[in-house]
Design a protein around this ligand. Structure first.
Ligand code: HEM
Length: 284
């Protein structure tokens, strides 16, 4: 598959956008859902606020690239071209800006509700643009994409907040792993169901899902996410107990599984970035 330079640029921008927006969303959720305790709340939200500002930059780059793709290099800031690209990307960029402002308020005022609003606004920025919006009758697809990304952010930030750093005592670590696992058991299956539904809807059925490049990239993502799910089950059933019984051994095992998780999540993000920039849903 030959990828033209703008498509490769969009791939890079999408990866940057996913990395920063999901980090900001996930950390805000972990703070507002008490996975990160009050003592670490400010640091988590400071990082989330910086990440959301970076996400806003990538959203602006994406708009700029759309202008250039439509009107050439000189159209980067051209208002006439913007009147074409803003309807498709403006609402998403606005939601990202609202998310960044809400996270800043959540950080400055140590206000969990503001952090939660920030997380939802950032996730909504994915439902307000993209393939789910381009459907003839979008219906619930944009909402499904929003919740899908919200849960994905909660999940993929796990390796960061659960990392058994020396500064984290055994009791706090075990409490974080337990609380995260309890919420993940309920939410992650919903992420898979929403993802599978969106995949069948956008690909246009099982055959195009199995035979198109777009569909195969989504299946590669499903594969990586399924391995991460298995590791999550191992963390919940084996490692949580080991952390309480033999903290040193538990920490070593946790570092291994979280490291593997991070690699699998990166593969999932690369697959979805490729599916939404280098290719797209097959024509019906
Ligand atoms: C680690 C797990 C996962 C992560 C981090 C993740 C992340 C994401 C992100 C960030 C998007 C938004 C893409 C965009 O609008 O540019 C997305 C969309 C999507 N995801 Fe996931 N996801 C995960 C698991 C899954 C699974 C298991 C499936 C099931 C096949 C799935 C199917 C989809 C589909 C169909 C879309 C819409 C793609 C489009 O707009 O063309 N995802 N995902």
């Amino acid at each position: 598959m030959e990828a033209d330079p703008p498509a490769l640029a969009l791939f890079g921008i999408k990866l940057g956008l996913y990395g920063s927006a999901l980090l900001a969303t996930g950390l805000a959720l972990h703070a507002s859902l008490n996975i990160v305790a009050r003592a670490d709340y400010s640091r988590a939200l400071c990082t989330a606020t910086v990440a959301s500002a970076i996400a806003l930059l990538f959203a602006i780059f994406r708009l700029g690239l759309a202008n250039v793709q439509l009107g050439g290099g000189s159209a980067l800031f051209d208002p006439a071209t913007l009147s074409w690209t803003w309807p498709a990307l403006g609402p998403s960029l606005t939601a990202t800006a609202i998310g960044a402002v809400a996270l800043t308020i959540g950080w400055w005022l140590r206000w969990k509700i503001a952090a939660g609003i920030g997380a939802v606004a950032l996730a909504a920025s994915f439902g307000l643009t993209g393939h789910s919006q381009a459907l003839e009758s979008a219906g619930l697809a944009p909402l499904a994409a929003t919740f899908h990304v919200l849960i994905a952010a909660f999940w993929i930030v796990g390796p960061l907040t659960l990392w058994p750093a020396r500064s984290l005592d055994d009791t706090t670590l075990a409490a974080r792993v337990t609380r995260f696992s309890h919420l993940a058991v309920v939410t992650v299956p919903i992420l898979f169901l929403l993802g599978l539904w969106l995949a069948l809807l956008l690909a246009g059925g099982w055959t195009p899902l199995l035979t198109s490049l777009y569909g195969q990239l989504l299946l590669a993502k499903l594969g990586a996410a399924s391995f991460a799910l298995a590791l999550g089950a191992y963390n919940k059933t084996i490692i949580t107990t080991r952390l309480r019984a033999t903290p040193e051994a538990g920490r070593r095992a946790l570092k291994l599984t979280l490291g593997l998780d991070a690699v699998l999540f990166l593969i999932a993000l690369c697959a979805i970035a490729a599916a939404t920039s280098l290719t797209g849903p097959p024509a019906p």
